[in-house]
Design a protein around this ligand. Structure first.
Ligand code: FAD
Length: 392
Protein backbone atom coordinates (compact mmCIF):
# COMPACT_ATOMS: atom_id res chain seq x y z
CA UNK A 1 0.00 0.00 0.00
CA UNK A 2 1.42 3.34 -1.11
CA UNK A 3 0.76 6.24 1.31
CA UNK A 4 0.35 9.78 -0.01
CA UNK A 5 -0.92 13.19 1.01
CA UNK A 6 -2.70 13.75 -2.30
CA UNK A 7 -3.89 11.41 -5.04
CA UNK A 8 -5.22 13.02 -8.20
CA UNK A 9 -7.15 10.93 -10.73
CA UNK A 10 -6.84 12.42 -14.24
CA UNK A 11 -3.65 13.85 -15.77
CA UNK A 12 -5.46 16.44 -17.88
CA UNK A 13 -5.41 20.22 -17.66
CA UNK A 14 -7.02 20.54 -14.23
CA UNK A 15 -5.30 17.54 -12.62
CA UNK A 16 -1.80 18.59 -13.68
CA UNK A 17 -2.32 22.19 -12.53
CA UNK A 18 -3.63 21.01 -9.16
CA UNK A 19 -0.71 18.57 -8.78
CA UNK A 20 1.85 21.29 -9.49
CA UNK A 21 0.36 23.65 -6.91
CA UNK A 22 -0.10 21.00 -4.20
CA UNK A 23 3.45 19.67 -4.75
CA UNK A 24 4.86 23.22 -4.57
CA UNK A 25 3.29 23.42 -1.11
CA UNK A 26 5.27 20.37 -0.02
CA UNK A 27 2.53 17.74 -0.28
CA UNK A 28 3.42 14.28 -1.55
CA UNK A 29 1.42 14.13 -4.77
CA UNK A 30 0.71 11.38 -7.28
CA UNK A 31 -1.36 11.87 -10.46
CA UNK A 32 -2.71 8.71 -12.06
CA UNK A 33 -4.39 8.35 -15.45
CA UNK A 34 -5.62 5.35 -17.39
CA UNK A 35 -4.33 6.74 -20.69
CA UNK A 36 -0.92 5.94 -22.20
CA UNK A 37 -0.03 9.64 -22.41
CA UNK A 38 -0.92 12.60 -20.23
CA UNK A 39 -3.29 15.36 -21.31
CA UNK A 40 -4.75 13.82 -24.47
CA UNK A 41 -7.34 16.59 -24.82
CA UNK A 42 -4.72 19.32 -24.60
CA UNK A 43 -2.84 17.55 -27.42
CA UNK A 44 -5.83 17.62 -29.81
CA UNK A 45 -7.21 20.98 -28.65
CA UNK A 46 -7.41 24.05 -30.82
CA UNK A 47 -6.65 22.02 -33.93
CA UNK A 48 -3.34 20.89 -32.37
CA UNK A 49 -2.32 24.39 -31.26
CA UNK A 50 -4.30 24.55 -27.98
CA UNK A 51 -6.40 27.64 -27.39
CA UNK A 52 -5.03 27.69 -23.84
CA UNK A 53 -6.88 30.71 -22.46
CA UNK A 54 -8.83 33.82 -23.39
CA UNK A 55 -7.75 37.37 -22.61
CA UNK A 56 -11.35 38.38 -21.94
CA UNK A 57 -12.38 35.50 -19.66
CA UNK A 58 -14.97 36.54 -17.06
CA UNK A 59 -17.65 34.55 -15.19
CA UNK A 60 -20.11 35.62 -17.93
CA UNK A 61 -18.37 33.15 -20.27
CA UNK A 62 -19.50 30.14 -18.23
CA UNK A 63 -22.70 28.11 -17.95
CA UNK A 64 -23.62 26.57 -14.60
CA UNK A 65 -26.72 26.18 -12.46
CA UNK A 66 -24.94 28.59 -10.12
CA UNK A 67 -23.30 31.22 -12.34
CA UNK A 68 -21.51 32.72 -9.30
CA UNK A 69 -19.67 29.50 -8.40
CA UNK A 70 -16.76 30.09 -10.80
CA UNK A 71 -16.13 33.68 -9.67
CA UNK A 72 -13.69 33.02 -6.83
CA UNK A 73 -11.38 30.60 -8.67
CA UNK A 74 -11.35 32.67 -11.88
CA UNK A 75 -10.50 35.78 -9.86
CA UNK A 76 -7.70 34.18 -7.86
CA UNK A 77 -6.00 32.45 -10.82
CA UNK A 78 -6.62 34.48 -13.96
CA UNK A 79 -5.79 34.18 -17.64
CA UNK A 80 -2.88 36.58 -16.98
CA UNK A 81 -1.46 34.21 -14.34
CA UNK A 82 -1.53 31.33 -16.81
CA UNK A 83 -0.06 33.50 -19.55
CA UNK A 84 2.79 34.45 -17.20
CA UNK A 85 3.64 30.74 -16.85
CA UNK A 86 3.53 30.29 -20.63
CA UNK A 87 5.86 33.28 -21.03
CA UNK A 88 8.23 31.99 -18.32
CA UNK A 89 8.60 28.84 -20.40
CA UNK A 90 9.18 30.97 -23.52
CA UNK A 91 6.34 29.30 -25.41
CA UNK A 92 5.52 31.32 -28.52
CA UNK A 93 1.83 32.24 -28.79
CA UNK A 94 -0.51 34.53 -30.66
CA UNK A 95 -3.99 35.98 -30.31
CA UNK A 96 -6.09 34.50 -33.09
CA UNK A 97 -9.36 36.33 -32.66
CA UNK A 98 -11.66 37.57 -29.86
CA UNK A 99 -8.92 37.25 -27.19
CA UNK A 100 -8.27 33.57 -27.99
CA UNK A 101 -4.62 32.69 -27.28
CA UNK A 102 -3.04 29.80 -29.22
CA UNK A 103 0.44 28.26 -29.30
CA UNK A 104 2.38 29.30 -32.41
CA UNK A 105 3.85 25.81 -32.75
CA UNK A 106 2.07 22.99 -30.97
CA UNK A 107 -0.19 22.09 -28.06
CA UNK A 108 2.64 19.81 -26.96
CA UNK A 109 4.41 22.97 -25.70
CA UNK A 110 1.69 23.38 -23.04
CA UNK A 111 1.86 19.69 -22.04
CA UNK A 112 5.67 19.79 -21.78
CA UNK A 113 5.43 22.95 -19.68
CA UNK A 114 3.01 21.33 -17.23
CA UNK A 115 5.09 18.15 -16.98
CA UNK A 116 8.27 20.18 -16.37
CA UNK A 117 6.52 22.21 -13.67
CA UNK A 118 5.23 19.01 -12.07
CA UNK A 119 8.66 17.45 -12.01
CA UNK A 120 10.28 20.61 -10.63
CA UNK A 121 7.71 20.73 -7.83
CA UNK A 122 8.35 17.06 -6.98
CA UNK A 123 4.96 15.68 -8.04
CA UNK A 124 4.76 12.20 -9.58
CA UNK A 125 2.81 10.95 -12.59
CA UNK A 126 1.78 7.37 -13.25
CA UNK A 127 0.05 6.52 -16.52
CA UNK A 128 -1.86 3.41 -17.65
CA UNK A 129 -3.33 3.04 -14.18
CA UNK A 130 -7.03 2.44 -13.67
CA UNK A 131 -9.06 2.52 -10.50
CA UNK A 132 -11.07 -0.51 -9.43
CA UNK A 133 -12.50 0.80 -6.15
CA UNK A 134 -12.48 3.77 -3.78
CA UNK A 135 -13.29 3.57 -0.06
CA UNK A 136 -13.04 6.17 2.67
CA UNK A 137 -12.20 4.86 6.12
CA UNK A 138 -10.41 6.37 9.08
CA UNK A 139 -10.32 9.79 7.41
CA UNK A 140 -8.31 8.48 4.43
CA UNK A 141 -9.13 7.31 0.92
CA UNK A 142 -8.14 3.77 0.00
CA UNK A 143 -8.00 2.87 -3.67
CA UNK A 144 -7.49 -0.42 -5.42
CA UNK A 145 -5.76 0.36 -8.72
CA UNK A 146 -4.32 -1.71 -11.56
CA UNK A 147 -0.89 -1.02 -10.07
CA UNK A 148 -1.67 -1.80 -6.46
CA UNK A 149 -3.26 -0.20 -3.43
CA UNK A 150 -2.96 3.53 -2.72
CA UNK A 151 -3.94 5.37 0.46
CA UNK A 152 -4.26 9.15 0.43
CA UNK A 153 -5.38 11.86 2.79
CA UNK A 154 -6.97 13.84 -0.06
CA UNK A 155 -8.47 12.60 -3.30
CA UNK A 156 -8.93 14.89 -6.29
CA UNK A 157 -11.22 13.88 -9.14
CA UNK A 158 -9.99 15.52 -12.36
CA UNK A 159 -11.26 13.00 -14.90
CA UNK A 160 -13.05 15.52 -17.14
CA UNK A 161 -16.25 14.72 -19.01
CA UNK A 162 -17.38 11.95 -21.37
CA UNK A 163 -16.89 13.83 -24.65
CA UNK A 164 -14.73 12.07 -27.29
CA UNK A 165 -15.03 8.59 -25.72
CA UNK A 166 -12.63 7.12 -28.27
CA UNK A 167 -9.87 9.10 -26.51
CA UNK A 168 -10.63 7.34 -23.23
CA UNK A 169 -12.95 10.02 -21.85
CA UNK A 170 -15.35 8.60 -19.25
CA UNK A 171 -18.10 9.51 -16.84
CA UNK A 172 -15.94 8.16 -14.02
CA UNK A 173 -16.09 11.41 -12.04
CA UNK A 174 -19.88 11.29 -11.94
CA UNK A 175 -19.73 7.72 -10.59
CA UNK A 176 -17.41 8.83 -7.79
CA UNK A 177 -19.76 11.71 -6.97
CA UNK A 178 -22.74 9.32 -6.85
CA UNK A 179 -20.82 6.92 -4.65
CA UNK A 180 -20.38 9.70 -2.09
CA UNK A 181 -24.03 10.79 -2.47
CA UNK A 182 -23.24 14.07 -4.20
CA UNK A 183 -25.83 15.50 -6.60
CA UNK A 184 -25.15 15.64 -10.34
CA UNK A 185 -26.58 18.13 -12.82
CA UNK A 186 -27.49 15.77 -15.70
CA UNK A 187 -24.62 15.93 -18.18
CA UNK A 188 -25.15 16.50 -21.91
CA UNK A 189 -22.99 17.30 -24.92
CA UNK A 190 -21.95 20.95 -25.35
CA UNK A 191 -20.00 22.87 -28.00
CA UNK A 192 -21.28 20.33 -30.48
CA UNK A 193 -22.54 20.42 -34.12
CA UNK A 194 -26.31 20.30 -34.68
CA UNK A 195 -28.08 17.77 -36.88
CA UNK A 196 -31.36 17.81 -38.83
CA UNK A 197 -33.91 15.23 -39.89
CA UNK A 198 -36.16 17.56 -41.91
CA UNK A 199 -35.55 19.09 -45.36
CA UNK A 200 -32.66 21.11 -43.93
CA UNK A 201 -30.63 17.89 -43.73
CA UNK A 202 -30.41 17.61 -47.53
CA UNK A 203 -29.97 21.37 -47.88
CA UNK A 204 -26.98 21.35 -45.48
CA UNK A 205 -25.54 18.32 -47.29
CA UNK A 206 -25.65 20.15 -50.61
CA UNK A 207 -23.92 23.14 -49.04
CA UNK A 208 -21.36 21.13 -47.04
CA UNK A 209 -18.10 23.04 -46.76
CA UNK A 210 -19.60 26.53 -47.24
CA UNK A 211 -19.09 28.94 -44.33
CA UNK A 212 -20.56 32.36 -43.57
CA UNK A 213 -20.32 34.94 -40.81
CA UNK A 214 -23.60 34.46 -38.91
CA UNK A 215 -25.54 35.72 -35.92
CA UNK A 216 -27.24 32.76 -34.22
CA UNK A 217 -29.96 33.36 -31.63
CA UNK A 218 -31.67 31.11 -29.10
CA UNK A 219 -33.93 32.95 -26.67
CA UNK A 220 -31.90 35.87 -25.31
CA UNK A 221 -28.55 34.31 -26.19
CA UNK A 222 -26.71 35.29 -29.37
CA UNK A 223 -23.35 34.51 -30.91
CA UNK A 224 -21.88 36.15 -33.95
CA UNK A 225 -19.12 33.98 -35.40
CA UNK A 226 -18.55 31.64 -38.32
CA UNK A 227 -21.20 29.10 -39.36
CA UNK A 228 -20.34 26.01 -41.40
CA UNK A 229 -22.72 23.82 -43.41
CA UNK A 230 -21.77 20.15 -43.01
CA UNK A 231 -22.91 16.75 -44.30
CA UNK A 232 -24.84 16.22 -41.06
CA UNK A 233 -26.17 19.73 -40.42
CA UNK A 234 -24.59 22.89 -39.05
CA UNK A 235 -21.31 23.53 -37.27
CA UNK A 236 -18.74 26.32 -36.93
CA UNK A 237 -18.07 28.49 -33.87
CA UNK A 238 -21.47 30.24 -33.74
CA UNK A 239 -23.33 26.90 -33.84
CA UNK A 240 -21.01 25.23 -31.30
CA UNK A 241 -21.54 28.16 -28.94
CA UNK A 242 -25.34 28.17 -29.24
CA UNK A 243 -25.48 24.36 -28.92
CA UNK A 244 -24.63 24.72 -25.22
CA UNK A 245 -27.80 26.79 -24.74
CA UNK A 246 -30.12 25.12 -27.28
CA UNK A 247 -32.98 23.00 -25.91
CA UNK A 248 -34.33 20.04 -27.85
CA UNK A 249 -37.59 20.64 -29.69
CA UNK A 250 -37.06 24.41 -29.96
CA UNK A 251 -36.03 26.42 -33.04
CA UNK A 252 -32.95 28.60 -33.56
CA UNK A 253 -32.90 31.81 -35.55
CA UNK A 254 -29.96 32.37 -37.87
CA UNK A 255 -28.97 35.61 -39.53
CA UNK A 256 -26.82 34.54 -42.46
CA UNK A 257 -25.72 38.11 -43.19
CA UNK A 258 -25.84 40.37 -40.11
CA UNK A 259 -24.25 43.25 -42.04
CA UNK A 260 -27.27 43.96 -44.25
CA UNK A 261 -31.03 44.33 -44.18
CA UNK A 262 -31.76 41.83 -46.94
CA UNK A 263 -35.31 43.16 -47.48
CA UNK A 264 -33.98 46.65 -48.22
CA UNK A 265 -31.33 45.26 -50.58
CA UNK A 266 -33.93 43.24 -52.49
CA UNK A 267 -36.34 46.17 -52.67
CA UNK A 268 -33.58 48.41 -53.98
CA UNK A 269 -32.62 45.76 -56.55
CA UNK A 270 -36.27 45.55 -57.69
CA UNK A 271 -36.19 49.29 -58.47
CA UNK A 272 -32.75 49.26 -60.08
CA UNK A 273 -32.94 45.98 -62.03
CA UNK A 274 -36.57 44.85 -62.27
CA UNK A 275 -35.72 42.16 -64.81
CA UNK A 276 -33.19 40.51 -62.55
CA UNK A 277 -34.08 37.09 -61.17
CA UNK A 278 -34.74 36.88 -57.41
CA UNK A 279 -32.10 34.14 -57.14
CA UNK A 280 -29.48 36.44 -58.71
CA UNK A 281 -30.47 39.31 -56.41
CA UNK A 282 -30.15 37.02 -53.37
CA UNK A 283 -26.52 36.43 -54.33
CA UNK A 284 -25.92 40.07 -53.29
CA UNK A 285 -26.61 39.12 -49.68
CA UNK A 286 -25.61 35.43 -49.58
CA UNK A 287 -22.68 33.47 -51.01
CA UNK A 288 -23.79 32.46 -54.52
CA UNK A 289 -23.95 28.72 -53.68
CA UNK A 290 -26.17 29.43 -50.68
CA UNK A 291 -28.37 31.77 -52.75
CA UNK A 292 -28.75 29.07 -55.39
CA UNK A 293 -29.56 26.19 -53.01
CA UNK A 294 -31.92 28.32 -50.89
CA UNK A 295 -33.73 29.44 -54.04
CA UNK A 296 -34.18 25.81 -55.09
CA UNK A 297 -35.24 24.66 -51.64
CA UNK A 298 -37.64 27.52 -50.85
CA UNK A 299 -38.84 28.26 -54.41
CA UNK A 300 -37.41 31.77 -54.76
CA UNK A 301 -37.73 32.40 -58.48
CA UNK A 302 -39.06 34.85 -61.05
CA UNK A 303 -38.22 38.42 -62.03
CA UNK A 304 -37.88 40.95 -59.23
CA UNK A 305 -40.54 43.15 -60.88
CA UNK A 306 -43.06 40.35 -60.31
CA UNK A 307 -42.29 39.97 -56.58
CA UNK A 308 -44.61 41.61 -54.05
CA UNK A 309 -43.16 43.16 -50.87
CA UNK A 310 -44.54 40.11 -49.06
CA UNK A 311 -42.57 37.75 -51.28
CA UNK A 312 -39.40 39.80 -50.94
CA UNK A 313 -39.91 39.85 -47.16
CA UNK A 314 -40.31 36.06 -47.18
CA UNK A 315 -37.03 35.62 -49.08
CA UNK A 316 -35.23 38.20 -46.93
CA UNK A 317 -36.39 36.43 -43.76
CA UNK A 318 -34.50 33.34 -44.94
CA UNK A 319 -31.37 35.51 -44.95
CA UNK A 320 -31.77 37.58 -41.77
CA UNK A 321 -34.17 35.37 -39.76
CA UNK A 322 -33.77 31.80 -40.99
CA UNK A 323 -35.63 29.57 -38.52
CA UNK A 324 -34.32 26.04 -38.13
CA UNK A 325 -35.43 23.19 -35.89
CA UNK A 326 -32.44 20.92 -35.15
CA UNK A 327 -33.26 17.26 -34.57
CA UNK A 328 -30.38 16.89 -32.14
CA UNK A 329 -26.64 17.17 -31.74
CA UNK A 330 -23.76 14.96 -32.84
CA UNK A 331 -23.46 13.96 -29.17
CA UNK A 332 -20.37 13.11 -27.15
CA UNK A 333 -18.70 11.61 -30.23
CA UNK A 334 -17.69 15.10 -31.40
CA UNK A 335 -18.65 17.42 -28.50
CA UNK A 336 -15.84 19.58 -27.13
CA UNK A 337 -17.27 19.49 -23.62
CA UNK A 338 -19.90 18.01 -21.37
CA UNK A 339 -22.35 20.45 -19.80
CA UNK A 340 -23.58 19.67 -16.30
CA UNK A 341 -21.60 17.53 -13.87
CA UNK A 342 -21.04 17.59 -10.12
CA UNK A 343 -23.56 20.04 -8.67
CA UNK A 344 -21.73 23.14 -7.45
CA UNK A 345 -24.01 23.22 -4.36
CA UNK A 346 -21.99 20.25 -3.15
CA UNK A 347 -18.62 22.02 -3.43
CA UNK A 348 -16.79 24.94 -1.84
CA UNK A 349 -16.24 27.58 -4.53
CA UNK A 350 -12.99 28.55 -2.82
CA UNK A 351 -11.38 25.11 -2.58
CA UNK A 352 -13.48 22.75 -4.76
CA UNK A 353 -13.75 20.40 -1.77
CA UNK A 354 -16.99 18.46 -1.29
CA UNK A 355 -18.81 20.04 1.66
CA UNK A 356 -20.04 16.68 2.94
CA UNK A 357 -16.88 14.63 2.25
CA UNK A 358 -13.77 16.25 3.74
CA UNK A 359 -10.68 15.57 1.61
CA UNK A 360 -12.60 14.87 -1.64
CA UNK A 361 -12.14 17.49 -4.38
CA UNK A 362 -13.63 17.87 -7.88
CA UNK A 363 -11.97 20.14 -10.47
CA UNK A 364 -12.18 20.96 -14.18
CA UNK A 365 -14.83 19.75 -16.57
CA UNK A 366 -16.33 17.16 -14.19
CA UNK A 367 -17.85 20.10 -12.25
CA UNK A 368 -21.04 21.81 -13.46
CA UNK A 369 -19.11 24.77 -14.92
CA UNK A 370 -18.79 24.88 -18.71
CA UNK A 371 -17.11 27.60 -20.72
CA UNK A 372 -17.90 29.12 -24.07
CA UNK A 373 -15.73 28.19 -27.04
CA UNK A 374 -12.48 30.16 -27.15
CA UNK A 375 -10.06 29.02 -24.42
CA UNK A 376 -12.53 29.41 -21.55
CA UNK A 377 -12.71 25.71 -20.72
CA UNK A 378 -8.97 25.43 -20.21
CA UNK A 379 -9.03 28.60 -18.09
CA UNK A 380 -11.62 26.93 -15.84
CA UNK A 381 -9.41 23.83 -15.63
CA UNK A 382 -6.37 25.97 -14.66
CA UNK A 383 -8.32 28.13 -12.17
CA UNK A 384 -10.21 25.32 -10.45
CA UNK A 385 -7.08 23.12 -10.37
CA UNK A 386 -5.07 25.98 -8.90
CA UNK A 387 -7.74 26.72 -6.27
CA UNK A 388 -7.81 23.09 -5.07
CA UNK A 389 -4.00 22.99 -5.17
CA UNK A 390 -3.83 25.84 -2.64
CA UNK A 391 -6.19 24.12 -0.23
CA UNK A 392 -5.18 20.45 -0.20
P1 FAD B 1 -9.35 16.38 -19.31
O1 FAD B 1 -8.37 17.32 -19.92
O2 FAD B 1 -10.31 15.68 -20.19
O3 FAD B 1 -8.51 15.32 -18.48
C1 FAD B 1 -9.11 14.22 -17.87
C2 FAD B 1 -8.08 13.12 -17.73
O4 FAD B 1 -8.66 12.07 -16.95
C3 FAD B 1 -7.68 12.49 -19.06
O5 FAD B 1 -6.28 12.47 -19.17
C4 FAD B 1 -8.29 11.08 -19.02
O6 FAD B 1 -7.47 10.11 -19.66
C5 FAD B 1 -8.35 10.82 -17.53
N1 FAD B 1 -9.41 9.89 -17.16
C6 FAD B 1 -10.71 9.90 -17.54
N2 FAD B 1 -11.36 8.88 -16.97
C7 FAD B 1 -10.46 8.20 -16.22
C8 FAD B 1 -10.53 7.04 -15.41
N3 FAD B 1 -11.68 6.37 -15.28
N4 FAD B 1 -9.41 6.62 -14.78
C9 FAD B 1 -8.23 7.29 -14.93
N5 FAD B 1 -8.09 8.38 -15.70
C10 FAD B 1 -9.21 8.84 -16.33
N6 FAD B 1 -10.90 23.91 -24.42
C11 FAD B 1 -10.27 25.11 -24.54
O7 FAD B 1 -10.31 25.91 -23.61
N7 FAD B 1 -9.55 25.42 -25.68
C12 FAD B 1 -9.45 24.57 -26.74
O8 FAD B 1 -8.74 24.84 -27.72
C13 FAD B 1 -10.17 23.34 -26.67
N8 FAD B 1 -10.17 22.48 -27.72
C14 FAD B 1 -10.80 21.27 -27.58
C15 FAD B 1 -10.80 20.40 -28.68
C16 FAD B 1 -11.42 19.16 -28.57
C17 FAD B 1 -11.45 18.25 -29.77
C18 FAD B 1 -12.03 18.78 -27.35
C19 FAD B 1 -12.68 17.43 -27.20
C20 FAD B 1 -12.06 19.65 -26.28
C21 FAD B 1 -11.46 20.91 -26.38
N9 FAD B 1 -11.48 21.82 -25.32
C22 FAD B 1 -10.85 23.03 -25.45
C23 FAD B 1 -12.11 21.48 -24.03
C24 FAD B 1 -11.00 21.05 -23.05
O9 FAD B 1 -10.20 20.07 -23.67
C25 FAD B 1 -11.58 20.50 -21.76
O10 FAD B 1 -12.53 21.37 -21.24
C26 FAD B 1 -10.46 20.29 -20.75
O11 FAD B 1 -9.53 19.36 -21.26
C27 FAD B 1 -11.00 19.79 -19.41
O12 FAD B 1 -9.91 19.58 -18.57
P2 FAD B 1 -9.98 18.47 -17.43
O13 FAD B 1 -8.61 18.42 -16.83
O14 FAD B 1 -11.14 18.70 -16.56
O15 FAD B 1 -10.24 17.11 -18.20
Amino acid sequence: MRNLDVLIIGAGAAGLMCAIEAAKRGRSVLVIDHARKAAGKIRISGGGRCNFTNLHATPANYLSQNPRFCVSALKRYTQHDFLAMVDRHRIPWHEKTLGQLFCDDSAQDIISMLLRELEAAGGKLQLETSVASIEKTGGRFHLATSSGGISAQSLVIATGGPSIPKMGATGFGYEVARKFDLKIVPPRAGLVPLTFSDANKALCQRLAGVSVDALVTFGKTQFREGLLFTHRGLSGPSILQISSYWQEGKPLTIDLNPTVDAFEVLRHARTQSPRQDLKTALAQVLPSRVAEEFSKEFNFSGRLADQSDKKLRHAADHVNRWQVLPAGTEGYRTAEVALGGVDTDELSSKTMEAKSVPGLFFIGEVVDVTGHLGGFNFQWAWSSGWAAGQAI
